[in-house]
Write a protein that binds this ligand. Structure first.
Ligand code: 13P
Length: 253
């Protein structure tokens, strides 16, 4: 990690936890991360638990993120949520382009190119997810995939806002599989993502935070977080338990 960039450890709960379970989790987490100086901590609950979590984290270091949003301000988009609806309840940011949204729910790079600026315009911090499939890695197409996603999804953002985005490199073959990227694979891909931002602005490439995601656990977090270009982690399964999530936060200090 670079000392210039504040690490972010965010827990993507996916479709887990009722409001009652979320309250139980946050009560256990807050005392465990209260002294995590110099680390930003985020949780990404399902929509229905967002407001309760904003309320229960007020005054703490824990930020609350949504898991997706629509690009439009409002309109006939059944089932969707707009950026302004998230900021109305003081949500801090939003995950965009998670591979599960892309693969299972048809989220496109074209939509993401609109969602990233819409989130920032509303005052939300976007966590844009990118990453290759196992097939793409085996074919030697990892960089091509990352280049395509980073260029397309950030295409409509002015250069001077690039550093306000958080990018999460999540190799799809490492998500929920227990098969974590090696430190060499993570560092190489994340340095490549940063270089793609540098193609547009060297200054913003020094600011942009790039996280690693995919089977991050308490026992592999320290090694990944020590890598020079890795600015934090987007954690799935291991973020559902307060003690294991707090152990990953501690590894970032
Ligand atoms: P796991 O940590 O469960 O592999 O999930 C990673 C992820 O998808 C975070 O967004």
């Amino acid at each position: 990690m670079s000392s210039d960039r504040t690490p972010l450890i965010a827990g993507n709960w996916k479709m887990h936890k009722s409001i009652a379970e979320a309250e139980e989790f946050i009560a256990a987490l807050l005392p465990r991360v209260s002294d995590a100086e110099g680390v930003e901590v985020g949780i990404c609950p399902p929509f229905l638990a967002l407001q309760a979590m904003v309320h229960s984290t007020r005054g703490s270091r824990v930020q609350v993120f949504a898991q997706t949003m629509h690009q439009a301000d409002h309109g006939a988009f059944t089932g969707e949520v707009a950026a302004s609806m998230l900021t109305e309840i003081d949500v801090h940011g939003v995950i965009l382009g998670h591979s599960e949204r892309r693969e299972l729910f048809g989220e496109t790079d074209r939509a993401l190119a609109l969602k990233v600026p819409a989130a920032l315009a509303a005052g939300l911090t976007p966590i844009l997810c990118v990453g290759e499939t196992e097939d793409e890695r085996e074919r030697g197409d990892t960089q091509r995939k990352l280049r395509h996603q980073v260029q397309e999804d950030l295409a409509r953002l002015p250069d001077d806002r690039l550093g306000d985005v958080v990018i999460a490199y999540e190799p799809i073959w490492a998500i929920g599989t227990g098969q974590v990227a090696t430190p060499e694979q993570a560092q190489e891909a994340i340095a490549f993502v940063r270089a793609l931002v540098a193609d547009r602005s060297r200054e913003q490439a020094g600011r942009v935070r790039v996280l690693y995601g995919g089977s991050v656990k308490p026992d592999n977090a320290a090694e990944l977080l020590a890598l020079p270009d890795v600015d934090g982690a987007l954690v799935g399964g291991a973020s559902l338990d307060a003690a294991s999530f707090a152990a990953i936060v501690a590894a970032a200090r």
